[in-house]
Structure formats: C-alpha cells, structure tokens
Ligand binder design. Sequence first.
Ligand code: AMP
Length: 553
Amino acid sequence: MNGLMMQKKLLISSLIVHADRHHGDTEIVSRRVEGDIHRYTFRDCHRRARQMANALTSLGVKPSDRIGTLAWNGYRHLELYYGVSGMGAILHTINPRLHEDQVAYIANHAEDQYIFFDLTFLPLIKAVAERCKTVKAFIAMTDYVHMPKDAGIDNLLCYEELIQQSSSDYSWPVLDEDAASTLCYTSGTTGNPKGVLYSHRSSMLHTYAAALPDALNCSARDVILPVVPMFHVNAWGLPYIACMVGAKLVFPGPALDGRSLYELLDAEQVTLSAGVPTVWQSLLSHVEETGQSFSSMRRTIIGGAACTPAMLCKFQETYGVAVLHAWGMTELSPMGTICTMKARHLKMSLEERHAVQSKQGRVVFGVDIKIVGQDGMELPWDGATSGDLLVRGPSVVCDYFRNEGESPLQFDGEGQAWFPTGDVATIDADGFMQITDRSKDVIKSGGEWIGSIDLENIAMAHPAVSQAACIAAKHAKWDERPLLIVVTKRQADLTREELLAFYEGKIAKWWTPDDVVFIDEIPLGATGKILKNQLRERYGDFLMQPAERRRVA
Ligand code: AMP
C-alpha cells in the first residue's frame, strides 16, 4: 500500500524557487572578475536563472546535455547552477587549475556542448578551444563592454547578451529525480580524471543532511562565504544549502588571498566560511600580521585535507571562531563526516576536546562508514585500529561517468556494496572517524604502519614551520622510513636537529622522521592538496644516500 502523501520530486530547481518565494530579498554579494562588488537578491538570481534556461533552450540545449563551466565563485556561476540543472541539462564544473591537456580531456570525455568561462580563463579557453570537439560555443561570463576583442575563438558568445535576449517567463520542468544534475571530475594524482555524476535526488538528500545542526548548522541568520570553489564538488554543497535555509551568500571571485578574503568577511559580516587548510593558513597569516580579529565569523568549515591541531587551536582559542573539521570526497557529494560534539564531549577538558576535534568526525545522516583489514573483514571501533575506510549511502558514487573499466565498488560478505575511499582511518567507540593517511601515502616501516598525518600535525605545531609533508622514503633496512619535508615561516631560523627534537615525547620514538628536507615551496594540486607523489618522486631516494651527502644535495 502506498502512502497518501503528495508526490513532489526532489529537484534542484525547488531550492531556488523556495529561496525566491520565502527569502526573496536575501542578498547575494559577489566580488567580480571585473573588479567591483556586485549585489542582488535570491529573487534576482531566480529571474536570471530562468532567463538562462530560456537562453539555453534557444541554443538548442536538450535534457542531459553537458554544459561546462570554468568559473570562480560568483553570482553568474550560481545562475548556471540553477539554470542548467533546473532545465534538465547537466552542469559540468571544470577545475581551471588543472593542466590544459586535462581540461581538454575532461571537456571531450564529458562531451560538453557549451562552455561558460570567467574572463580570467580566456588564455585557457584559447589553449583548449580547438581540441574541444563537441563544444558548439564558448560563453564569456561578462557584459558586452568587457567582451574580449579579437580573442581568436570561433563562436564566442556574451553571457549578459544571452540573458538580455531571453524572457524570464519559464516554468521549471518536472524531471525524474534520479536524472543527472551535475558532473564533477576527480582530480586524482594518477591516471585520467574520473567523472562523478550527481543526480537531483542525491544532491537534494545531501543538502538536507549537510544543513542539519550537527552537520554544518546553517540557517537564515547565517552569512555564508564559500572559499571552497564552486568547481570543486559544488563548493561542498553550500550554494544549495544557502537556498534551502535562506542564508545570505558572499562569493569571493578570484581574490583568494588573505587580505581580500578578510575584507569581504568583515564588510559583509560573514558568520560561516569554508575552505581547505592552505587557504586558511594565508588568512591566519594576514590576520596575525595586521593584528586584526574576526568581527562576525563564528564558524569555519575546514576540510579537503587534515586540519592541524595548531590551526584548530589558533582559530578557536585566539580568534573565537569554532572549527568544523569535515571530511569528504568528490565521490560523496562531498560530505562524509563532520566533527561536531556529542553531549558527553562538552564535559571534557579543553585539551581533550581539541583531541576529539582533530578527528574528521562522525557521519552526516545518509552516510555509513566502516574500516576493514586487508582480508576485507570489518575492524573494531576502538579509536586505535586503523584500516581501509569504506562508505555507502544515497549520495555516494556507484560508478564513474562513461567508465569503461571495472565497478569502483567493493562487496562485503553479505553482498552489500561499499565504496573504497582510498583513505586509511580509525573509528572510535562514539563513531568519530580519524584519517591517518591516504592508503598510497602510508609509510610502512619494517612492516608497521606509520601515519603521516600525525607526523605532519606535530611539525605544523612548531612555531617556525609554515608547511609540512611527510612521505615514505626508501630505506635499506626498514623498506620505508618517514622523511619530513618542510617550508619554514618567513625569516624563521630552524635546524633539522631542533625540529626532530620537537617530536620527543609526542610519539613513539620509532615514528620520528629519519631526516628533514627544507624547501621553498611544497607542490599543491588543483584542489589545494599537497602532491605527495611529486615529493616521493623527488625525495623518495633521499635516505638511500649517505647522511653526509644528503645535506650537500
Ligand atoms: P577530493 O575528492 O578532491 O575532495 O579529495 C578527497 C580526499 O581528500 C579524501 O579521500 C581524503 O584523502 C582527503 N580529505 C578530505 N577531507 C579531509 C580531511 N578533513 N582530513 C584529511 N584528509 C581529507
């Protein structure tokens, strides 16, 4: 027997309809590529998203066509989030920090019909345009006045002209909620990027769950500034969440340096922000150097890479900004776990609470996790045993887009499908998960695992260290030993011996890195993560050289 309730599909268009109807005058503020600050409301955004849907229809876009974007966080990108997915086409956000060959590969693999781009990315468009075989036109996300002259690109269209020419008279179609809405390629460090194809239903369920109080705790009283890019897993879902709850949105555009971010956070009275640790590092340095403080920011979501205890402590204890440590993946839409306290944690000492908060946290509703050993058997939730982390849920990938290979899923003894994350983690008795490593980054010394994240966290707590990465370096006796690679803070004076002495008493002695390499810059990937494979290529043999020759090298 079916329930006797209204049938209403879970569709992304319902978010902007709701935001318009119930929070119509709530603001969306964007720093534009053109340099100025733009302001309008959810009502305006909805009107222009409908105009865009009409424009796309006139351009011949059909349901399920892929529409690429190479764009910063801004209001026009938001209009495409709703205009493209809402009309039944698939928004394909491309990461502009990828190498041009990968961008061309992705656009061809996705068979993008049109690509929208911010002017910043004109050189990239020029470099790939001829290679993008399925693209009918490139659309510059600007007005007529700022259109590039003599760009040398066939079929170059102007975003604002398309909007101007199109009526706002448009009714969002009632789509199948399982229809694809959005496509995002993972920026793996090896092999070609793989496409994760979200559906309206998976995105909506993710939005409901991620907004909950024990997740990101978003409300109509919030002002949200997503630093995390809209080209990286939908800015962790914040553009959808803001519409669902009616929160004001602030978009930083291309200006992601500490000073520009601080200006916007302060001027717009932002209460919640989100980004990877490397971005927060530059914001914290700016605030420290200028002696400023945060006038309105109450919470910051830190994810994409481990938040160090040092950063957590600085945000919370020095600046009064609560840290929400989160873990996720492109394959998870992306939220997997978020570290919010249970009632019993509130009674803990500050130090104990910080230790809990350094974990990646407990699952958001809909996600289930487990850790398994090499035999695939589930391991205990004791907070100490680490194993391969598996996940499942309605917002978890079941196959990659046009994947010609094997299914990425793994089946357990009961025939249940799980997605192997490639992360290694512990889970404690309260269900708090802690990532100890990526499986390919684990350091195996004499057959025992050493977690590189722990070693990096300790190095990052040293006042002279700006960035640290720990890799497995080949070792004649132990197969692999930890090698620490460090960038020091400006004008800081730090020796190898001082840094290694800093580990004393903090970990088992045999975990202490064998050596330290000081470098000027740590290589970062397209989503701000440390490229450990590059470091391994460069320094993997470092410990095989005699100690006296290492310093010379
Ligand atoms: P991506 O799909 O590019 O978002 O990358 C997902 C990967 O980033 C995960 O599998 C983790 O290895 C890593 N990651 C994400 N969040 C965290 C976190 N809070 N701590 C440690 N690693 C993280």
